[in-house]
Design a protein around this ligand. Structure first.
Ligand code: ATP
Length: 133
């Protein structure tokens, strides 16, 4: 199976570096799946599940929240604001973040407070979905 070089970096350091068969993630306009020989490409990332299929065919899942994805000359770089491997997600923390966000959303009257509560809720739901599988 052919592969490409993938690097995933976050503000905390490198989360993945190596050959991959595919990378799937959520962009601001929808899901994308990058395969070998993809054309040059750049997009902003949304909030969602990301999946990396490594050279050996093993699939690793992560919550990916914001950032950029680029493909340049066959090299793929994913710079994520937040990247949490499924096994590193604290489900109890995400559940409590979800409850707090729902409570804030129910009380929020002003636009900014509403938008912040919605974003917190979406982050918690992504974490719960990725951790729960
Ligand atoms: P919380 O209210 O629980 O802090 P949050 O959505 O506000 O949730 P973020 O600001 O997105 O949290 O993240 C802050 C840091 O905590 C990041 O480094 C993120 O990776 C980490 N983090 C947040 N929630 C979790 C979780 N449930 N499991 C593991 N790491 C988490």
């Amino acid at each position: 199976m052919s592969s490409f070089h993938l690097q995933v970096v976050t503000p905390d350091g490198q989360a993945f570096e190596g050959q991959a068969q595919r990378v799937f993630c959520r962009t601001i306009t929808g899901d994308v799946c990058i395969l070998p020989r993809h054309c040059d490409y750049m997009t902003a990332l949304g909030m969602g599940e990301a999946r990396i299929t490594d050279e050996a065919g093993q699939v690793r899942r992560a919550a990916c929240i914001g950032g950029m994805l680029s493909v340049l000359n066959g090299q793929v770089r994913l710079v994520a604001t937040t990247w949490e491997w499924a096994e590193d997600i604290d489900k109890a923390r995400a559940e409590s973040a979800r409850k707090r966000a729902e409570e804030s959303l129910a009380k929020a009257t002003e636009k900014t407070a509403r938008a912040m509560a919605e974003a917190r809720l979406r982050r918690a739901l992504v974490r719960l979905r990725v951790a729960g599988k």
